[in-house]
Design a binder for this molecule. Structure first.
Ligand code: APR
Length: 228
């Protein structure tokens, strides 16, 4: 039975109005990573980090899935085989489109207690007074994986990469590991590899096939070719 593993990045949500990280004017051009996406930054100024994620959470809540998200949900429901969707994105647009998703970098919609590690559905706005519903401490943080932290579900993802027949990376710059190394793992397993992106990336040469263009156009076309 064919098994497709798909890795998505911020480029998938760009046409839904959510900023990418490394494109012109992207999030990392507006904020220093060390201030808003590291445990040290959170320890230094939790209010700043909460403000950053509150703004992204509000934006993500308003955003709608685009044709690329919808096409991937259709692939998951109609493909005669297994389709595993792994995302680096913390927005909930894959879920809004009906996909089952592995969030390796966590989710804006979830909160984590730094004291007892309890997780719960985050309020739209979090701040330094947000109490953990389990232990009552005011040590809540966004349940998002920061630089220097270990991404989630890595064992499960490794198993999928070792047994897939096709690996696709969509809308990711391939600049952040371990996600950028998934194509090698899939290749070792003998899988076909395809990259779908607006431009060439640092890891394009690792893929056998490439589709270039906006995700809302090339992803539905790619899904149609798989379901034909
Ligand atoms: N259609 C397809 N691809 C697009 C589009 C589009 N409309 N717009 C942008 N892209 C591509 C860009 O060419 C780029 O390759 O999306 C990619 C966005 O790259 P990044 O901004 O680096 O986002 P991503 O690869 O998801 O970043 C990975 O880095 O900062 C951390 O945790 C953060 O999950 C993030 C990780």
């Amino acid at each position: 039975m064919d098994k497709i593993v798909i890795l998505t990045g911020a480029g998938l949500s760009a046409e839904s109005g959510l900023g990418t990280f490394r494109d012109e004017g992207g999030l990392w051009a507006q904020h220093r990573i060390e201030d808003v996406a590291t445990p040290e930054g959170f320890a230094r100024d939790p209010a700043l980090v909460h403000r950053f994620y509150n703004a992204r959470r509000a934006q993500a809540q308003e955003a709608q899935p685009n044709a690329a998200h919808e096409a991937l949900a259709r692939l998951q429901s109609d493909f005669d085989g297994e389709v595993i969707l792994v995302t680096q994105n913390v927005d909930g647009l894959h879920e809004k489109a009906g996909s089952k998703t592995i969030h390796m970098h966590g989710e804006l919609a979830r909160a984590l207690c730094s004291t007892c590690e309890h997780r719960w559905d985050a309020d739209l706005e979090m701040d330094g007074d947000t109490r953990c519903p389990a232990c009552g401490q005011t040590t809540a943080r966004p349940d998002v994986v920061w630089f220097g932290e270990i991404p989630y579900h890595m064992d499960e993802i490794a198993d999928h990469l070792a047994t897939c027949t096709l690996f696709a990376a969509i809308g990711t710059s391939g600049q952040v590991y371990p996600a950028a190394g998934f194509v090698q793992e899939a290749q070792y397993a003998g899988a076909e590899t395809v990259e779908l992106n607006l431009n060439a990336t640092d890891i394009s040469r690792a893929f056998a096939t490439h589709h270039i263009g906006p995700a809302s156009q090339i992803v539905p076309e790619w899904v149609d070719s798989l379901l034909a």
